[in-house]
Design a protein. Sequence first.
Length: 172
Amino acid sequence: MNYGDIRPIDVANGPGVRVSLFVSGCTHCCEGCFNPETWDFQYGKPFGPEQETEILKHLSKPYIKGLSLLGGEPFHPKNQQAVLELVEKVRAAYPQKDIWCYTGYLFEELAAGRVGEQSRALLEELDVLVDGPFVLAQKSLSLRFRGSENQRLIQVAPSLERGEVVLWDEKE
């Protein structure tokens, strides 16, 4: 897997101060995407142990609330294994920090394991999933932590437990 950027301080992609990883590679190619350079799987640099260590170091700071995964597409089958390995290490090192992930896939597809071999396992490691493709016609600058009205902010654990989508409370 390649990545486009690691942001040690990000306040736009989830609540609080966060560390964000922008993975490379996306086949959704949404019109109006804010990050189209990351559609290319070869964009950026290879992601490996050095980058994992860097992310874990940034997350060690007490003012960091959690990790956000964006892209590109973290859930693309070509990216799932590397992303899953990272989130498992983050969970082990910082169980009190939350993990958000942005994806063009729908929660239901991921929960059913229909998007690659690791989609369900990766989903189970997340706290909040922002799902659905960006739809330019539904773009709104007033939305919190998402770009278009079709996208949902989903609490993953309660949603998996109940078998229905439980939305994240935007007042948090």
